[in-house]
Design a protein around this ligand. Structure first.
Ligand code: AMP
Ligand code: MG
Length: 356
C-alpha cells in the first residue's frame, strides 16, 4: 500500500475518458467506424460508443443495449413504487415470507449480499430509509430529525434479509426494510449493456453511465492496444490506463452532498451510524466488471482507507485510489488531502505526477 499527501485547492477527484469517440462517425480502422449514442436512463446520461463495420450494425446493437438498460432501470429503481425492487420490499417486509424474484434482481441482490458481507456492512443496500432522510435533508438544507434517523437505523442491516439460490427468492425479516441499489445497479446495468453489444458481434465498445465505465476490444484509432482511459484529480490528469477490457467506477461526494453548519454530508451514508459521510473521500476503482467496480467504490468510500484496500485484495484484477481530506480540515477549502493507492494501482495506471 502506498500513501502520499497532496495540497489541493479543493480536493476533488474525478475521472475522465480521454479517448472515447465524440465524432459521429469517424474512421477507426480499415473496416471499423466509431458511433456514439446517448440516452437518459437512471436519471443520468448514458453513452454507448460502438466500433462497427456499418452504421446499421452499430445502431441495432446500441438500440438493443439501451432497451436492456431501460428494462433493468425499471426493475431496480427505488424512485418508482411499482418497480420490482419496491414491490419486493413491500410484500416481503409485510409477510416475512420468501418472494421469488427475476433473474436480474436475484443476481444483483446476491452480489449485494456478498459485498455487504465482505465489507463488514460498509456496503449495505438496506440503507434505503436512511438515504431517503438525507435526500430530504439535501432538498430542505436541514438536518434529518434524530428521532427519524434512529427509527430508520433499526431497518438497516445485512442480517435483516436472506436470499435463497435454489428457489431464487428473497426473505425480508422486518416490515419497512427498504433496499436501495444506487451503489451497485449502475454497474450491473453497464455490464448487461456490454453483454448485449458482445452478443451483437460488436468488436469494441464503451459504455459510460455518469462516469462509471466499462470498455472492451480495441477501438483502433488511438495507436494503442485498447481504450485510453484517463484518471484525474482536481481536474488535473493523474494517470492513464490503456485496456481492451476493464471497468472503472468513482464514488464520493463530488456533486451530491449537503452543507450543514459548515460540514459537508455526502449522499453516501455510513450504515452503522446513519450519517452522511463527512470524511470527504473520493475513490476510483478499476475492476474486471462494472458491478464490482461500482460496489467497491462505494464500500471504499465508507471504510477507513487501510481496511478498504484490504477488502480490495479479495477481488482479483482490482485497483483503487482513495483521496481523503483530513477530518479537522472539513471547514476549509484550502487543505490537505491524503491519497492511498492499492498495490495494483501502480502496475495498472501510468502515473502523471501531480504538482504540489
Ligand atoms: P455510488 O455513487 O455508487 O457510491 O452510490 C451512492 C448511492 O448508493 C447513494 O446515492 C445511495 O442511494 C446508496 N448508498 C449510500 N450509502 C450506501 C452504502 N453505505 N451502501 C450501499 N449503498 C449506499
Ligand atoms: Mg457504487
Amino acid at each position: 500500500m502506498m500513501m502520499k499527501t497532496y495540497n489541493f485547492c479543493t480536493w476533488h477527484v474525478m475521472t475522465l475518458i480521454l479517448v472515447c469517440g465524440m465524432a459521429l462517425p469517424n474512421t477507426v480502422a480499415e473496416d471499423l467506424q466509431r458511433y456514439t449514442y446517448q440516452e437518459i436512463a437512471m436519471s443520468i446520461s448514458v453513452r454507448i460508443v460502438v466500433c462497427a463495420e456499418s452504421e446499421s450494425k452499430a445502431q441495432l446493437a446500441a438500440e438493443s443495449a439501451f432497451r436492456r438498460v431501460h428494462e433493468l432501470d425499471a426493475i431496480m429503481t427505488d424512485y418508482d413504487s411499482d418497480s420490482e425492487l419496491m414491490q419486493l420490499c413491500r410484500q416481503g417486509g409485510k409477510t416475512s415470507e420468501p418472494v421469488v424474484v427475476s433473474n436480474d434482481l436475484y443476481r444483483v441482490l446476491q452480489k449485494s449480499k456478498q459485498f455487504s458481507t465482505d465489507s463488514q456492512g460498509a456496503f449495505d443496500i438496506t440503507v434505503g430509509p436512511i438515504v431517503r432522510l438525507w435526500r430530504r435533508a439535501r432538498r430542505l438544507h436541514e438536518f434529518p430529525e434524530k428521532r427519524l434517523l434512529d427509527d430508520a437505523l433499526v431497518l438497516v442491516g445485512n442480517d435483516l434479509w436472506e436470499i435463497d439460490a435454489e428457489t431464487q427468492s428473497v426473505t425480508i425479516k422486518k416490515d419497512k426494510v427498504s433496499f436501495d441499489l444506487g451503489a451497485i445497479a449502475k454497474g450491473y446495468i453497464i455490464d448487461q449493456a456490454i453483454a448485449v453489444l458482445k452478443r451483437h458481434g460488436i468488436a469494441a465498445a464503451l459504455v459510460d453511465a455518469g462516469g462509471d465505465i466499462r470498455v472492451y476490444g480495441i477501438p483502433g484509432d488511438n495507436n494503442a492496444n485498447g481504450w485510453l482511459i484517463g484518471v484525474s484529480a482536481h481536474d488535473k490528469e493523474v494517470g492513464r490506463v490503456v485496456s481492451d477490457g476493464i471497468a472503472m467506477a468513482s464514488s464520493g461526494d463530488l456533486s451530491r452532498y449537503v452543507m450543514l453548519d459548515g460540514v459537508r454530508y455526502s449522499h453516501i451514508v455510513d450504515p452503522k451510524t446513519g450519517t452522511g459521510l463527512t470524511t470527504q473521500t473520493a475513490v476510483t476503482v478499476f475492476a474486471p466488471d462494472a458491478t464490482t467496480a461500482d460496489a467497491l467504490a462505494t464500500a471504499l468510500s465508507v471504510l477507513p482507507p487501510e481496511e478498504g484496500l484490504k477488502l480490495l485484495t479479495k477481488y482479483e484484477g482490482t485497483a483503487a485510489m482513495i483521496c481523503r481530506q483530513s477530518p479537522q480540515n472539513t471547514h476549509v477549502t484550502q487543505n490537505k488531502a491524503e491519497v492511498w493507492y492499492s498495490e495494483k494501482w501502480g502496475p495498472l495506471v501510468t502515473a502523471v505526477e501531480l504538482s504540489e
